[in-house]
Design a binder for this molecule. Structure first.
Ligand code: HXC
Length: 258
């Protein structure tokens, strides 16, 4: 499938989806978000793909929602036509792991989209910020909710109120990203990490993702009970038989098709 605002690559069981509006720093508009939802759903249903990598360009993961488009909107176009809700959150329905890889600017809606990924790997060029206040609006895709959960209330309020950008080192220190690599190496490293995950049983990867996401929605005891059901059910699956036999037989497990 060809997209106007995305580039797609395949690396074995890993699909790479690249945001691609280079003239506008990958500003996120309706078409791109519609295409992103379509591409993510297609890979989620593709039995040949186990892991999805979402990235942008060297200059920008995305410099925010498209201000040129938004500037024209009124209340009817936003509330009435469900701006953001209509096409930004398909990524939250994806069951397979989605790794975000951030180089350059990751601002406003770009940072909010990145935070909807399962984990983030950054280039040393990455810059994260929530400058919405400067264009006269609050964040609208979860910035005030996911950022404090990710990096603490104090850091989040600082970024949201002052529009200060944090660099990759601060993003790693505060837990927003899990790893940082030199810009020239980040994609190769991220694909290697994704391919490592893609060798694991995809069903278990999806269950872990589901459990971790529930941690944000449930009490601790509800979450542990939720996890326990998957754990017990795992003993009825070929992945558990293969994984544990391979360990005892001192060989590499083969989770193909699990
Ligand atoms: C539309 C954008 C854009 C954006 C950059 N561009 N960001 N267009 N929407 N969010 C465009 C510029 O207009 C310019 O187009 C081209 O990309 C290159 O940008 P420059 O500003 O010339 O580059 P530079 O000087 O290097 O500065 C880079 C930048 C700056 C620091 C990222 O562009 C910037 O501050 N952008 C806006 C960041 C922002 O405020 N994001 C939050 C948006 S609100 P031309 O045609 O002039 O060459 C938001 C709300 C989310 O995201 C709420 C719901 C999800």
């Amino acid at each position: 499938m060809e997209y106007a605002d995305l580039l797609i690559e395949n690396h074995g069981k890993v699909a790479v989806v690249r945001l691609n509006r280079p003239k506008a720093m990958n500003a996120l508009n309706d078409n791109m978000m519609n295409e992103l939802g379509h591409a993510l759903r297609a890979f989620d249903q593709d039995l040949a793909i186990n892991v999805i990598v979402l990235t942008g360009s060297e200059k920008a993961f995305a410099a925010g929602a498209d201000i040129a488009a938004m500037a024209q909107y009124d209340y009817q176009e936003t509330y009435g036509n469900n701006y953001i809700g209509r096409n930004w959150e398909h990524i939250l329905d994806i069951r397979k792991p989605v790794i975000g890889v951030v180089s350059g600017y990751c601002l406003g809606g770009g940072c909010e989209l990145a935070m909807m990924c399962d984990f983030l790997i950054a280039a040393d060029s990455a810059k994260f910020g929530q400058p919405e206040i400067k264009v006269g609006v609050t964040p609208g895709a979860g910035g005030t909710q996911r950022l404090p959960r990710a990096i603490s209330k104090s850091k989040a309020m600082d970024m949201l109120l002052t529009t200060r950008m944090i660099d990759a080192a601060e993003a790693e220190r505060t837990g927003l990203v899990s790893r940082v690599y030199p810009a020239a190496e980040v994609m190769d490293e991220a694909i290697k990490i994704a391919q490592g995950i893609a060798e694991m049983p995809v069903s278990v990867a999806m269950q872990i993702k589901d459990c971790v996401n529930q941690a944000y929605e449930m009490t601790l005891s509800q979450g542990v009970a939720y996890e326990r059901r998957y754990f017990h059910a795992g003993f009825g699956t070929p992945a558990q038989k293969e994984g544990m036999s391979a360990f005892l037989e001192k060989r590499k497990p083969d989770f193909e098709g699990h």
